[in-house]
Write a protein that binds this ligand. Structure first.
Ligand code: F6R
Length: 313
């Protein structure tokens, strides 16, 4: 039998990050919105600002819709909230259809009572020679605001958080980066054609994200299942930037059932050491093993079962 080393690494470690699974993206988003609202209110009572790190893309849309609802229907005020967005394309005008500046206004800021001076989104219009100083200033502003209380990233199919593509150093700061082609392809739906997807972006660094007091990563849908498993159960490595969150003491992934599909606790629960063998689970384990080894069920041997964690009586 060929030994797949990557698989062994994955199943050796299991979940290295707390994972909260909700039936749907909407329910998960509501739970996170409630958590953020509680923090905003707690900070209001203490007379302190609440500093949030925010993402764009399809993932946080329900979250922002729920925060807007909480503002309009339940009186949640954002007057003490200060926000810093993770990233922005470069170059891009703030009112371009695909700009993250525009996205944030349309999805959130235009509908709540946050003062304009309190939200920050990287500026995609500056000349390149000003970018280094601008990025350093972005970091200083986060620190001057007291640091991020909560950072809420999404995750790219290649494991990027913010636009920290695979290979981004754990020590990286806010900077101008080159987007992976896979990221440009994934985001091309927003542009008239692939050639118009910017090749560069400004992003907070991994170290900027890891400095947040708390990180809540969101992931919805079956297309995120593989990368969620690699990030949560695989080795912490800059080749899967989200797996670097394993190094953060207060991180959780809030995901829906589809994105949780590949976690060992769902896919091969017998490997976690604690499972109730129902007839359905036995069928799943045996057919799964036959598919994995490319063998007919009746050809599976005791050795096959033993080598794949299926030797319980
Ligand atoms: C966007 C960002 C990106 C996205 C990621 C997932 O601000 O930081 O890392 O979170 O590309 O994108 P969606 O949510 O569209 O699947």
């Amino acid at each position: 039998m060929t030994i797949n080393h990557q698989e062994i690494e994955l199943i050796d470690s299991f979940e290295q990050i707390a994972v909260e699974i909700h039936p749907t993206a909407k329910e998960g988003s509501k739970a996170v919105a409630a958590e953020i609202a509680a923090l905003i209110r707690q900070k209001q009572t203490a007379g302190e600002p609440c500093v949030l790190g925010l993402a764009t893309g399809s993932t946080p849309k329900y979250l922002y819709a729920e925060l807007v609802r909480l503002h309009k229907e339940e009186g949640l005020s954002f007057k003490n909230v200060v926000t810093f967005n993770l990233d922005e394309y470069y170059p891009i005008e703030p009112d371009a259809l695909q700009s993250y500046n525009r996205f944030m206004k349309e999805q959130l800021f235009n509908h709540i009572d946050i003062p304009e001076s309190q939200y920050h989104i990287p500026d995609g219009t500056l000349p390149k020679e000003k970018m280094k100083a601008y990025c350093e200033e972005y970091e200083r502003k986060i620190e001057a605001a007291g640091g991020l209380d909560v950072q809420i990233p999404g995750i790219g199919n290649n494991g990027h958080i913010g636009f920290n593509e695979p290979g981004s150093s754990i020590n990286s700061h806010t900077r101008l980066i080159t987007l992976d082609n896979s990221t440009r392809l994934a985001n091309a739906y927003d542009f008239p054609n692939m050639s118009q997807v910017p090749r560069l972006a400004i992003t907070m660094g991994i170290s900027t994200i890891l400095k947040a007091k708390k990180v809540i990563l969101l992931a919805w849908g079956s297309h995120k299942a593989k990368i969620v498993r690699r990030s949560v159960e695989g080795h912490s490595s800059d080749q899967v930037p989200a797996s670097l969150l394993q190094q953060h003491p207060n991180t959780k992934f809030v995901i829906d059932e589809q994105a949780a599909h590949d976690l060992t606790r769902n896919k091969e629960p017998w490997l976690t050491g604690d499972c109730e063998w129902t007839p359905a689970l036995i069928r799943k384990a045996v057919t799964g093993l036959a598919l994995k080894l490319n063998k007919a069920i009746l050809m599976l041997t005791d050795k096959d079962y033993n080598e794949n964690g299926l030797n319980d009586w």
